[in-house]
Design a protein around this ligand. Structure first.
Ligand SMILES: Nc1ncnc2c1ncn2[C@@H]1O[C@H](COP(=O)(O)OP(=O)(O)O)[C@@H](O)[C@H]1O
Ligand SMILES: [Mg+2]
Length: 210
C-alpha cells in the first residue's frame, strides 16, 4: 500500500482537483484505490456524492489522527490518496506522517510559491526523521498554456530543494465542469489533452515507487 498526500495550506491550489483525478487515474489503470478527504469542508465527499454510481470510495478523516486511522480503513488497497486540508497544522502533520509521498500542487505565482514555505519545512523535517523514506514533490497546478511564467516558477521552486514533477496540470474549464457531476476528465473526455496530462501525472507518480 502506498499513501500519497496532496497537501498545500493554500486554498485553491488544486488539491481536490488533483487528488480526485489522480485517484481515478490510478483506479482506471487497475489499482485498488481509496480517497481520503481530510478537509473538514468535505469537497471530495461532495464530489463523490454528486455521482450516483461513483466508482471511487471516498472516506472522510478530518481529525489529526489520519496516520493511525488509515491503518484500519485502508489495509487492502494499492493506493491511498489523501486530499489535504487548507492548513499546515495538525491535520497536515498527521497526513505527512501517514504518507509515502507528499505531492504539493502549486500555482505558478510567486505568492503561491512563498506560501508553501511552512509546509516544505514540515515535509523536510519528516524526510529527515524517516531517513529519506518519505518522498515529496511539487507539481505545477493550474498552469496557463502559452505563458512564460513556467520557467521562472521552476527556478523559484527549485530553491526549496524538493523535486518538481515534469507533469503539470493546466488550467482548463473541463476540470470544474466534469467535477459538477462527480466525474473527471478521464471519463468525460478520455481522448483529450486534460486526460492525457492526468495520466502522465499518475504514471510519473507510480514510477516514484519503483
Ligand atoms: N486545473 C484546473 N483548471 C481549472 N480549474 C481548476 C483547476 N484546478 C482547480 N480548479 C478550480 O479551482 C478551484 C479550487 O480548486 P480545488 O481543487 O478545489 O483546490 P483546493 O482543494 O486546493 O482548494 C475549484 O473551483 C476548481 O474547480
Ligand atoms: Mg480542496
Amino acid at each position: 500500500m502506498k499513501i500519497i498526500a496532496v497537501l498545500n495550506q493554500k486554498g485553491g491550489s488544486g488539491k481536490t482537483t488533483i487528488a480526485t483525478h489522480l485517484a481515478r487515474a490510478l483506479q482506471l489503470d487497475g489499482a485498488d484505490v481509496l480517497l481520503i478527504d481530510s478537509d473538514p469542508q468535505g469537497s471530495a465527499r461532495d464530489w463523490s456524492a454528486a455521482r450516483e454510481d461513483q466508482p471511487l470510495t471516498v472516506v472522510g478523516i478530518d481529525r489529526p489522527t489520519i496516520d493511525r486511522d488509515i491503518k484500519n480503513v485502508a489495509r487492502k488497497v494499492d493506493f491511498v490518496v489523501i486530499d489535504g486540508a487548507p492548513q499546515a497544522a495538525d491535520l497536515a502533520v498527521s497526513a505527512i506522517k501517514a504518507a509515502d509521498l507528499v505531492l504539493i500542487p502549486v500555482q505558478p505565482s510567486p505568492y503561491d510559491i512563498w506560501a508553501t514555505a511552512d509546509l516544505v519545512d514540515l515535509v523536510k523535517q519528516r524526510i529527515e526523521v524517516t531517513d529519506g523514506k518519505l518522498q515529496a514533490a511539487f507539481v505545477v497546478s493550474r498552469a496557463i498554456k502559452g505563458t512564460r511564467i513556467g520557467g521562472e516558477v521552476t527556478t523559484a521552486l527549485a530553491d526549496y530543494g524538493l523535486p518538481i514533477l515534469e507533469s503539470r496540470i493546466t488550467q482548463r474549464v473541463s476540470y470544474p465542469v466534469t467535477a459538477v457531476t462527480g466525474m473527471t476528465v478521464l471519463e468525460m473526455e478520455s481522448d483529450g489533452d486534460a486526460a492525457a496530462e492526468v495520466r502522465q501525472l499518475a504514471n510519473e507518480i507510480k514510477q516514484k515507487f519503483n
